[in-house]
Write a protein that binds this ligand. Structure first.
Ligand code: ARG
Length: 596
């Protein structure tokens, strides 16, 4: 890093007025203006990023190189011209050119102090609500009726819920769409079996074990011809709207969703019964869609079925792939439903954007459905349909996560185990804690650990489910983050100070304070990335970093033993740290506790 131009700009208290907490946005704006003044086009991208290393300052503008290329100018020369036009008075204390033409920006401690003062009194830690809220539909969780929720649904549920919380926090209108698998030919068999159970158990329904129920139903269907006959009859009747079959079907959906709701509540997931928008919701639309696709020349008859051939996808022979939308027997498919569903979300729910949290194995399915949706003009290109896919949950052996006996892990059992392990862990650390508090703590830690382990990994890859890692008090884990939060609170508790009562000004007096302050002020920027990409792990990494910076600050900058006004100024930094951690963990759906 060679710096040819270093400029020190003096900050002043006047900078306290006209405060803007999204520093990246503020700097982007300023650098853009300077680029334009230096000859760049008006649509130039300043590319202002948080610096990767302290020696590069707090932010780095990387947009000069691309503009220099366009202008046919040596990048460093353009960078110098940009600096001449860049007025960061009251914002930066130093701006320098580095490498081939990067601009390193060092924030002014006075500016930072003013920002912290503003953020610390705000309930949202200075994060503003979005200027133009959108209606965003989030498709997540989506378990299947009469089946146990499995680990695949766990990932979708946890990550999707974090996205929903984050988007709502920013002020968007979020519609949670639980695309429950509540339709299909299996319902004939399930109704027939429910009926049989009701007769045998005089109305008592043994649906507690959904997996077992499904297995038994299937067994009867395969082995008992009379039963199978009855089941097939019920499918037809159900599809025809027969009242008795509808009633039995509704019972199956109800029982399943009542059980799933218990899991959602335990998981501290915001889904409710009102969010169920199952596959059956789109039934009435399907014949119209097939007819319309035919009329538009997109769908054709092929061997008795109705098929859309897509050039965008090739089969093994290299020919356009045929996507069946209606079977020979008149039945519709999963794809047909997803076509209708996307249309409904745009037309009826007025979605501006739709996010789908579904595992990566369904990527091709979604792409095919959406290609048809776009071709048919059901959803305009201006409304993004985004597949926020995720990988599989693996066991420690690197194979799909299973019970020791090789079966699917029931979510309820998984959560029981999380609780038990967390209880052991926290009771060892807090032998004198009253039982009530201990239970609440074990719950926060156990459930938090399971959720955080998932949230903290980049969702696109598979991830290894490992109890020891997720319950460790070191590293990027829920227990560590929850503990870090209580540690900040303990500063106030120890001194018997009500944090609301501090009104002292903030003075940033050293490097540790300034690094912590700058990072604390990046909450909004972090949230922006999470909602743009649907990547809660970015929030986890940010919070982990904040916790680490606070730790270093706490260790090197005595708070309670410091003289005034330093003491109160440092308390303000601690207070903002607590706020940022709390808000960040809230957007992830991770519970915090006051002490542990
Ligand atoms: N129920 C499906 C499954 O268990 C997931 C549904 C996802 N959402 C959708 N719109 N296709 O695999």
């Amino acid at each position: 890093l060679i710096s040819v131009c270093t400029r020190f700009l003096s900050g002043n208290r006047a900078a306290k007025k006209g405060i803007q907490v999204n520093i990246q946005a503020l700097l982007s704006d300023k650098v853009s203006q300077a680029l334009i003044a230096a000859g760049a086009s008006t649509d130039c991208e300043p590319q202002v990023r948080q610096s990767a290393k302290v020696q590069f300052g707090d932010y780095q503008a990387n947009g000069v190189m691309a503009q220099a290329k366009k202008l046919g100018m040596p990048p460093r020369q353009l960078a110098e011209k940009v600096l001449e036009n860049l007025d960061l008075t009251g914002i930066a204390s130093k701006v320098e050119i580095a490498g081939p033409g990067f601009i390193n920006i060092f924030l002014d401690p006075v500016f930072l102090a003013a920002q912290v003062e503003q953020a610390v009194v705000s309930e949202r830690a200075g994060v503003s609500t979005i200027a133009t809220p959108e209606t965003i539909v989030i498709d997540y969780s989506a378990p299947n009726v009469a089946k146990e929720m499995h680990v695949g649904h766990l990932r979708s549920t946890i990550i999707g819920d974090a996205a929903a919380r984050t988007l709502s926090f920013l002020g968007h209108k979020v519609i949670r769409a639980n695309h429950v698998g509540d339709w299909g030919t299996q319902f004939g068999m399930l109704i027939a079996f429910l009926e049989k159970q009701q007769q045998e158990n005089a109305g008592e329904m043994a649906l507690a074990d959904l997996e077992g129920f499904y297995r038994e139903a299937k067994k009867h269907y395969d082995e008992d011809e009379a039963f199978a006959e009855r089941a097939r009859g019920y499918v037809v009747k159900l599809q025809g709207g027969d009242e008795y079959c509808r009633e039995m079907w509704r019972k199956l959906v109800d029982i399943t969703m009542t059980q799933n709701q218990i899991t959602y509540d335990r998981l501290n997931v915001t889904l409710t019964r009102d969010d169920v928008m199952g596959e059956s919701l789109y039934n009435a639309m399907l014949p119209g869609i097939v007819a319309d696709l035919k009329a538009k020349g997109l769908a054709v008859e092929s061997e008795g079925a109705t098929v859309v051939f897509l050039d965008e996808f090739k089969n093994k022979e290299g020919e356009p792939m045929g996507v069946i939308i209606q079977k020979k027997d008149g039945g519709y498919l999963y794809t047909t439903t997803d076509i209708a569903c996307a249309k409904y979300r745009y037309e009826t729910l007025h979605a501006d954007r739709v996010l789908y949290y579904i595992d990566s194995r369904q990527h091709q399915h979604l792409m095919q459905a959406w290609t048809i949706v776009r071709k048919a003009g059901y959803v305009p290109e201006s409304v993004p349909l985004e597949h926020h896919m995720f990988g599989m949950m693996l066991g420690k052996d690197g194979k799909p996560f299973k019970t020791r006996a090789g079966g699917t892990v029931k979510l309820a059992d998984l959560l029981d185990e999380a609780l038990e392990r967390a209880r052991k862990l926290v009771s060892e650390k807090n032998p004198d804690m009253p039982a009530d508090e201990l239970n609440a703590l074990a719950n926060a830690v156990g459930i938090g650990a399971v959720k955080y382990a998932d949230l903290s990994k980049n969702r696109t890859t598979d991830y290894v489910f490992d109890w020891d890692n997720m319950l460790a008090f070191e590293g990027n884990t829920a227990p560590y983050m929850q503990y870090a939060y209580t540690r900040v609170l303990s500063v106030f508790r120890k001194a018997g100070i009500d944090e609301q009562s501090i009104t002292a000004p903030v003075v940033i007096g050293n490097e540790r304070e300034s690094v912590l302050a700058a990072r604390l002020l990046q909450l909004e920027e972090t949230l922006a990335v999470v909602v743009r990409d649907g990547t809660p792990h970015v929030m986890c990494a940010y919070l982990y970093d904040v916790a680490g910076l606070f730790s270093a600050f706490y260790e090197h900058c005595p708070i309670l033993s410091a003289e005034q006004p330093v003491r109160d100024s440092r308390l303000q930094l601690a207070r903002l740290t607590a706020k940022v951690l709390k808000i960040g963990l809230d957007t992830l759906g991770i519970e915090t506790v006051e002490r542990m």
